[in-house]
Unconditional design. Structure first.
Length: 137
């Protein structure tokens, strides 16, 4: 049997277009702790910044392309989800940045839970906590 070469093999990155690239990059670095991997200008003139979470391979591409018009994020359109060790500790971290959850933590008896925050452009960020004994979300 021959290998199938036309199938998608791996998710590489997810792109979010933003109005204020530097403000958004700062949020992802300082509030979420992502690492900036690279930045460059695309052939069509978009400013691109690639970020990643410390334990992930997939990148997040933030894109600024003002000539395509302002970004207007609709409620509940899309979100990114990140694992955190503790939603309670993350809430304290948010407060140090003058931020709070947009949707307070929902916790199950086994300790699994989730909460939401809003990124600067209005994209939702879901924060997920594993439960006792590594119980899944």
């Amino acid at each position: 049997m021959l290998p199938v070469m036309s199938l998608a093999k791996k998710l590489l990155h997810t792109r979010y277009r933003v109005n204020d690239l530097e403000r958004t990059v700062k949020f992802y670095r300082e509030v979420l702790g992502l690492q900036e991997v690279r930045r460059h200008k695309s052939p069509r003139g978009s400013e691109l910044v690639f970020l990643k979470a410390p334990e992930s391979e997939e990148l997040i591409e933030l894109c600024s392309f003002p000539s395509s018009g302002p970004v207007q994020v609709q409620p509940d359109l899309t979100h990114l989800a990140f694992e955190v060790d503790s939603l309670e500790a993350f809430g304290r971290h948010l407060a140090q940045h003058g931020l709070k959850f947009s949707e307070e933590p929902h916790l199950r008896p086994d300790g699994t839970g989730f909460a939401f925050i809003d990124a600067p452009e209005g994209y939702e960020i879901e924060l997920m906590q594993k439960g006792k004994g590594g119980a899944s979300y």
